[in-house]
Design a protein around this ligand. Structure first.
Ligand code: ZN
Length: 67
C-alpha cells in the first residue's frame, strides 16, 4: 500500500446474487437472501423472477435476526 491515509469509509462492491423480475415493464429485483421462497415471484407484479448477479454495496448484518 502506498496510500498515506487510512481508507476506512471505502465503499466495497460485491457480486451479489439477486432475483430479477422477468416482466419487461417492471424493474423490480430482490437480493437472494431477502427472497421469500426458493423461486420467488415478483412482489410488485407477480411475474416469475430469474437469477442474476449485481455489483452491490456489501452490507453487513447488524441485527442477527434469524428467519
Ligand atoms: Zn415485477
Amino acid at each position: 500500500m502506498t496510500f498515506g491515509r487510512r481508507n476506512t469509509e471505502e465503499i466495497k462492491l460485491e457480486e451479489t446474487k439477486v432475483w430479477v423480475c422477468t416482466s419487461p415493464v417492471c424493474k423490480c429485483w430482490i437480493r437472494d437472501n431477502f427472497k421469500s421462497s426458493a423461486e420467488p415471484l415478483c412482489p410488485i407484479c407477480n411475474s416469475e423472477m430469474t437469477v442474476a448477479t449485481k455489483e452491490l454495496q456489501a452490507i453487513s448484518n447488524h441485527n442477527n435476526k434469524a428467519y
